[in-house]
Design a binder for this molecule. Structure first.
Ligand code: GH3
Ligand code: MG
Length: 310
């Protein structure tokens, strides 16, 4: 019916099971879901609940051959925006309802985007981290870790405020947000957790990779702010890999332990929590080598880790 509409052009993906629908919703952004209660793998109202919980900003219309009042109420209570009995469905009515719902949703999306954005820095806020974390956990397949969480906190920020004033403090927070975003890959989630603390969710499947990423994020926050007087800015980082059964709370607790170790260890450094214990991230110090590397210098390095040479 929607495809035949002459008034509105819809782009439509058609899938045959609730599982396929949820998979598509996790990967793409849709304006509307039209959900048939009679799908083969469908557990009815529970599936609507799952979809609306996972994608609260996508409206769901439910189609059903069962016109009973209680089914319609249960669908709406589970999160559906509308309930459409198949027998009485006309193309024009469906087109109109879909177009109006999409228009309404656009307005709500703008408001939702504002509610997920930190007003000082323009990056995501703490709610945005929660959303991004849940989205990444839903997308993960199998039990192995596929993303990490880093917490980055500006060092002795109170003294920046005290020495240079609150406005300069705000500028420093904005600059750190910018530097972290620049040091991050496009698909990472960089958010301001609150105050002078930031979170980054990044793709990583090993502790070694997490080490490198933590170092890259933390070192991007070492800079001088402003002309005389210059504020020297550094930050500390704690990071961990996210396990399949982690909540944001459990993963951030580990990252926070690691961040605390970085502060205790003298600041301007990173620690990693590997699930059991905390380790410092060691940076290779090239200063003993008497050469000035340029952009096209290739460096071969050998490391000794414990008893084995890598
Ligand atoms: P540490 O190295 O241990 O992290 O020390 P710190 O001084 O960075 O941490 P502390 O928690 O003692 O101080 C953080 C300060 O950040 C206190 C608070 O007034 C300030 N702050 C929090 N949010 C903002 C903000 O939005 N703007 C400015 N300018 N300051 C802020
Ligand atoms: Mg701090």
């Amino acid at each position: 019916m929607l495809r035949r509409s002459r008034d509105v052009e819809f782009e439509i993906d058609h899938v045959h099971t609730a599982a396929e629908a949820i998979g598509k919703l996790d990967l793409n952004s849709y304006d509307l879901v039209i959900f048939d209660l009679g799908l083969p793998d469908n557990d009815g109202v529970a599936a609507i609940h799952r979809i609306s919980l996972a994608h609260p900003s996508t409206p769901v219309f439910v189609l059903s051959g069962d016109e009973r009042h209680e089914i319609a109420i249960a669908a709406i209570e589970a999160g559906a925006q509308d309930f459409l009995p198949k027998q009485h469905l006309a193309g024009q009515l469906l087109t109109r309802m879909a177009a109006m719902s999409i228009a309404r949703q656009k307005r709500l999306r703008t408001a939702e985007l504002a509610s997920l954005t930190d007003s000082l820095t323009g990056i995501g806020n703490r709610r945005a981290t929660d959303h991004a974390f849940e989205r990444r956990q839903r997308r993960r397949v199998g039990g192995s870790p596929v993303f990490g969480l880093a917490m980055i906190d500006i060092d002795r920020f109170k003294s920046i405020n005290d020495l240079y004033g609150h406005d300069v403090g705000d500028e420093v927070i904005r600059e750190v947000a910018f530097k972290l975003s620049k040091a991050s890959d496009p698909d990472w989630d960089v958010c301001r957790h609150g105050g002078e603390e930031f979170t980054v969710l990044f793709s990583s499947s090993s502790i070694e990779e997490t080490n490198l990423i933590a170092d890259r994020l933390q070192s991007s926050c070492t800079f001088s702010h402003g002309a005389a007087p210059v504020a020297r800015v550094t930050a500390s980082c704690g990071a961990t890999l996210v396990e399949h059964d982690d909540t944001f709370r459990s993963a951030s607790k580990r990252a926070d332990y690691a961040l605390y170790a970085s502060k205790q260890g003298g600041r301007c450094r990173s620690f990693i929590h590997d699930g059991k214990s905390i380790h410092p991230v060691t940076r290779v110090d090239l200063s003993p080598f008497a050469f000035a590397p340029s952009a096209d210098t290739t460096v071969a390095l050998a490391f000794r880790q414990g008893q084995s040479k890598v």
